[in-house]
Write a protein that binds this ligand. Structure first.
Ligand SMILES: Nc1nc2c(ncn2[C@@H]2O[C@H](COP(=O)(O)OP(=O)(O)OP(=O)(O)O)[C@@H](O)[C@H]2O)c(=O)[nH]1
Ligand code: SF4
Ligand SMILES: [Mg+2]
Length: 432
């Protein structure tokens, strides 16, 4: 089918980073018509389709603006019944996507009988409580009797369903309409300033423009924070760290909050009043992704960290490393000075298979991951008994800025019980 200009206008395939978008994961058995359904949704060939089961191997994301949702990423996945050693690895990837999804499209071919594996999968999806639409493919053929009976029961139970014929690409607009109608049931991430500011507040952001800064643009946490401040009718002043001292003194009233890049935490703290509320983009993002409490807890591991232990510095995306890179240079340097000089550091993007409870993970702010994906990752690490914290919290601790860097958060009393958190001290660099 030819894509008209009008269609392109209605359904832009967005170019912005996939990180900000909620993920709608397309799942089902191999050969169910998942990739064909993605093509039906986008009304053009964006996914590879073939009659051979197991065609889609790695999850593939395509972005679209969906009414009610804003930008979403549709994620095509390998069949949940993939086989063999490689199939198991693919299933693991699919499972990770399912865990971090904001919503699901469960794909089932109408002309085939019901398979036990798809029944089990659908039960899990329903139990998750996330928005779900069942797409019944092969709408150009009569439904299998057993499948029809199963589907009738699901619709009677309240499931949303659409019949799709991928050969003529019909059913896509109805599927988009059903997904839009379910948007209010999805969990959207809060903004980085949620619960921290009021209309009319003044915020001062400290943004180093050094060699590590990307050429010609601000990074995602800075952009999102500025946008969130404007949405909340706050005034924003953005300065480089060199201008902070003078800018701060030029204001008649102190700003409601100073938010700094974690890498210049100590300079920012030195240039402003000691009782000025101060935090970092990285801490606000850990909070936004919903896992600040476990990352604060992870700091306890610094006290009992064993000599020669392993530290995995985890980054969620690849980016250019400068000479004074935070992951490979700054954090290891501070760790050697403040915790132990002989820790074995590795910078990783995926969880190492042999993680052990003796290790420590220090994660980046995860600005390119959705909250669901971040939560899933941190829960996986914690489930293996491994402590995990993040860059912002580690750097706040290392600069003697805990609890100050989190004490303006409404949830502070829970994060940091009275008398400090065991093992973290009271905002001083721990003597070794
Ligand atoms: N007649 C008909 N064929 C379809 C329909 N949807 C998919 N097919 C065919 O079914 C086969 C599998 O389609 P895919 O979209 O590759 O299925 P998949 O679920 O992505 O498969 P894997 O990637 O292998 O898991 C292809 O030959 C498609 O042309 C449909 O609605 N009607
Ligand atoms: S490494 Fe982490 S914090 Fe840095 S840009 Fe990527 S996701 Fe964001
Ligand atoms: Mg496929």
């Amino acid at each position: 089918m030819m894509m008209t200009e009008k269609m392109q206008e209605a359904m832009p395939v967005l170019q912005s980073p996939l990180s900000e978008s909620a993920a709608i994961v397309v799942t089902g058995l191999r050969n169910a018509g998942k990739s064909s359904l993605i093509n039906t949704l986008f009304e053009r060939d964006v996914s590879i389709v073939s009659p051979v089961p197991g065609t889609t191997t790695d999850p593939v994301s395509r972005k679209m603006e969906l009414p009610g949702w804003g930008p979403v990423a549709f994620v095509d996945t390998a069949g949940i019944d993939d086989e063999g050693e490689l199939g198991e690895k693919r299933r693991e990837k699919t499972e990770a996507r399912l865990a971090s999804a904001a919503a699901y499209i469960f794909v089932t071919p109408g002309h085939r009988g019901v398979a036990g594996e798809e029944k089990k999968l659908l039960e899990r999806l329903i139990a998750s409580g996330k928005p779900l639409v069942i797409a019944v493919t092969h709408g150009d053929q009569p439904n299998h009797g057993e499948k029809q009976q199963w589907l009738d029961g699901l619709v009677a139970g309240g499931c949303k369903m659409v019949r799709v014929d991928n050969t003529s690409r019909s059913g896509g607009s109805e599927l988009r309409r059903l997904l839009s109608a379910l948007a209010d049931r999805a969990e959207f991430e809060s903004g980085p300033l949620d619960g921290l500011v009021r209309e009319g507040d003044h915020l001062l952001l400290v943004v180093p423009i050094d060699l590590a800064a990307p050429r010609g643009r601000l990074i995602q946490p800075q952009v999102e924070t500025i946008r969130d401040a404007l949405d909340r009718d706050c005034r924003v002043t953005v300065v480089k760290e060199r201008e902070l001292y003078e800018a701060y003194r030029s204001f008649r009233e102190p700003p409601r909050l100073v938010i700094t890049d974690s890498q210049v935490f100590s300079k920012a703290a030195a240039d402003i009043d000691p009782d000025q509320a101060l935090t970092s983009f990285s801490i606000l993002f850990a909070r936004k992704k919903g896992e600040l409490a476990s990352l604060v807890r992870g700091l306890r591991a610094l006290e009992r960290f064993k000599r020669g232990g392993r530290v995995f510095v985890m980054e969620a995306c690849s980016h250019h490393r400068g000479a004074d890179d935070i992951a490979s240079v700054k954090i290891p340097r501070l760790f050697a000075r403040l915790v132990t000089p002989d820790a074995r550091f590795q910078t990783v993007r995926q969880l190492p298979e042999d993680l052990s409870p003796e290790d420590l993970v220090i994660h980046c702010a995860g600005c390119m991951m959705t909250g669901n994906a971040m939560r899933h990752r941190l829960q996986t690490i914690e489930a293996r008994g491994v402590p995990v914290t993040n860059y912002g919290l580690f750097l706040a601790w290392a600069n003697g800025l805990l609890p100050r860097a989190i004490n303006m958060l409404p949830e502070f009393p829970i994060l940091y019980p009275a008398g400090g958190l065991p093992g973290i001290g009271s905002g001083k660099i721990l003597p070794r």
